[in-house]
Write a protein that binds this ligand. Structure first.
Ligand SMILES: *[C@@H]1O[C@H](CO)[C@@H](O)[C@H](O)[C@H]1NC(C)=O
Ligand SMILES: *[C@@H]1O[C@H](CO)[C@@H](O)[C@H](O)[C@H]1NC(C)=O
Ligand SMILES: *[C@@H]1O[C@H](CO)[C@@H](O)[C@H](O)[C@H]1NC(C)=O
Length: 152
């Protein structure tokens, strides 16, 4: 790639990175070129009804983020840059009432990056399962179901 293209993409990246956070403002595909430059933010949001508490414990192979109890509408968030081997993987264990779920929240995947708008991966625990916010059309998509009660 020429230095001009590089500078152009760098400028685009800096412009995008410095704009204030806006819900569902879709920046698009120019970010694909340099995924390693992106500072990713992952959110685990308590979207349960009836003031239900959500327990969250997220980790990667070398980063244990600890257990957290979230009251209604609260979230737990962390940020990171992917490693150069493209192997960054985070997963979460979530627990509510008598049920739980365990699933990946960040992995190396262009479809995921698009949904996250190259910046924010927002996972929302609702009564019927775990949703991811798709910034492309601003909708919450059901991605994982809660496990049947009692199964561990
Ligand atoms: C949730 O809790 C708040 C504050 O504790 C209370 O005002 C509200 O009525 C509760 N809502 C429900 C649906 O229980
Ligand atoms: C997470 O919580 C903070 C503080 O309450 C709030 O400002 C932010 O909008 C929340 N983010 C999400 C994705 O729910
Ligand atoms: C948003 O887009 C996804 C595919 O990218 C699609 O499955 C989903 O139905 C869309 N949601 C809405 C509300 O348009």
């Amino acid at each position: 790639m020429s230095i001009h293209r590089f500078l152009l993409f760098l400028a685009l990246f800096l412009a995008t990175a410095s704009t204030p956070f806006t819900w569902c403002k879709y920046v698009g595909k120019e970010m694909e070129v340099f995924p390693v430059f992106v500072k990713w933010h992952v959110y685990a949001v308590n979207g349960l009804s009836n003031n239900n508490t959500l327990f969250v414990h997220c980790k990667s192979s070398d980063d244990d983020l600890g257990g957290h109890s979230l009251s209604s509408a609260d979230n737990f968030t962390w940020s990171f840059r992917t490693n150069f081997l493209h192997s960054t993987l985070y997963w979460c264990y979530m627990h509510k009432d008598d049920t739980h779920a365990s699933f990946n929240v960040f992995w190396q995947d262009m479809y995921l990056f698009e949904k996250c708008n190259w910046k924010n991966c927002i996972w929302i625990a609702k009564d019927d399962g775990i949703y991811i916010k798709n910034f492309a059309n601003c909708s919450d998509e059901l991605r994982y179901k809660w496990e049947a009660p009692g199964w561990w």
